[in-house]
Ligand binder design. Sequence first.
Ligand code: GSH
Length: 307
Amino acid sequence: MALPWGWPGAAMLSMTTAEDILSSLQESPGKWLVTLGVAVPAFYCLYSRLKTRSPHKSSRTVPPGTVILHQFPRGPFAPSVSPFPVKLETYLRLAKIPYVTETDLNVSSKGKMPWMEFNGEAVADSHQCISHLNRKLGIDLNKGLDPAQRAVARTIQMMCEDHLYWCVAIFRWVLDREKKVIRKAFSQVNSLILWLISRKVREASLAQGMGRHSKEEIKEFLVGDLQALADYLGDKKFMMSDEVTEVDCCVFSFVCQFVYQQKDEDLQGLVEERFPSLYKYCERVKELVWPDWDDICAGRETRLSGN
Ligand SMILES: N[C@@H](CCC(=O)N[C@@H](CS)C(=O)NCC(=O)O)C(=O)O
């Protein structure tokens, strides 16, 4: 079969058998070298572009000094199914920084949510966003803390984000075969995509190490972290003192997932029953920072948040 010469993809599509490829290679090896010379770099460029994607900036115009917060679609029982957007949004509210939200699946340049645009600049990662805003706006929610307290606050944050996070992620994405919590949160996302994400979470959790433990062991880690949070909280109103500080944004964002969002047979009711002080803490922060919680969860978010 003679091969038409043209765009390499068209040439490939017109072939039906391995014999065709062989005979065409013998007839015109030069053309094949050129074809591969074009196709391989083109594929590599496309692959590199996908790996280091830049997120779509918002088409919205906002006044200078207003954050555009990019995060997953809301709810259903908390403003986000992921703790990290709740942490960043709680910070924006406590720091009284005006912001608007864009809710979609448009992830950051680092492939994660949340991220933000601030005065035209895109910043990825909740921690980087908070540091950026603290620097630019001279904000310090930790100003009442001494160096030792700051060290404790940082350690608590790392425990939540780098340990407790994996326990929750594995319960939701790997151990719960029906993906009850996830399906309710991403009801518009198709099952194949959810399955692909769950595979990604599983692989990441194996690489991180938490995914190698049994369900009972992971639950033991998770309960241990909640116990540590409850013990350190003690009788205080907030994690570090009776004043709210930056670490409360993080702790609240995790605890609220258990209290309001984690409606499965393994973890539902865990905080209310075993850690009542943590439950009351969660309600306290919610009341202080999120008077519009129910409206947001019910899809009635109409105002520019934070204004
Ligand atoms: N260190 C990041 C963590 C953010 C993160 O892990 N986000 C998860 C959702 S819980 C995500 O976007 N995952 C998407 C993915 O990995 O493809 C932060 O603080 O923002």
